[in-house]
Ligand binder design. Structure first.
Ligand code: 5GP
Length: 185
């Protein structure tokens, strides 16, 4: 691994600026405010990647809701999916008969979300929908699509606004493509 002291030096290309993300998050929040009016949903943050998106999104949803956090990962310290999904933290409350909104950072193969949906559906929520900041449809390995999606992006490994490489870059304010020099050679 070859990370620079200035994290911006490891960004090959800025894909989504802070302004574009902010505008889109606002739109998603307005849509969710309409769709969930009077429903008191439980909004679940899938950690850690969704944490920045989740934090901005919930403040754009203008209705009564509760926040929950779940730790789930399908990646090791690499750029390829391992296929292994691990739950490190479950939500603290019952979702039975409640409307649930899962907030994810990115859908790649779709395997993480598929697993998560299967798990949460067993708890018999009133409804369950997914919101994803980024979608890489080219990489899908199963029949899962987000109900709400921020941006469709090309097949590249991206970092920033919550998304990491080996735990780093989550604090970038934008989404960028990671320079392959960081993980190659
Ligand atoms: P999936 O199970 O859909 O293949 O993978 C979903 C998870 O893989 C995401 O929640 C995210 O943690 C990670 N992931 C997938 N693509 C990327 C990417 O381009 N950049 C980063 N940083 N993580 C990714």
């Amino acid at each position: 691994m070859n990370i620079s002291e200035n994290m911006r030096d490891d960004v090959q290309e800025v894909l989504l600026t802070e302004e574009r993300i902010k505008a889109r998050v606002k739109e998603l929040g307005q849509q969710l405010s309409k769709d969930y009016a009077g429903k008191h949903p439980i909004v679940v943050c899938v950690m850690k990647g969704a944490v920045n998106f989740f934090s901005d999104l919930v403040r754009e949803i203008d209705c009564q809701l509760e926040l929950e956090f779940m730790g789930i990962s399908s990646y090791g310290n690499g750029v390829k999916t391992s296929g292994i999904i691990r739950i490190s933290k479950d939500i603290d409350t019952s979702i039975t008969n409640r409307h649930v909104i899962i907030v994810e950072d990115i859908i790649d193969s779709g395997l993480t979300l598929k697993h998560l949906l299967k798990l949460l559906e067993q708890r018999e929520p009133a409804s369950i929908k997914t919101v994803c900041l980024l979608d890489k449809p080219e990489r899908r390995q199963c029949d899962i699509n987000p109900d709400y999606s921020g941006f469709t992006i090309p097949n590249a490994f991206v970092i920033g606004y919550g998304l990491d490489y080996a735990g780093y870059y989550r604090n970038l304010k934008y989404v960028g493509i990671l320079d392959p020099k960081v993980y190659e050679g």
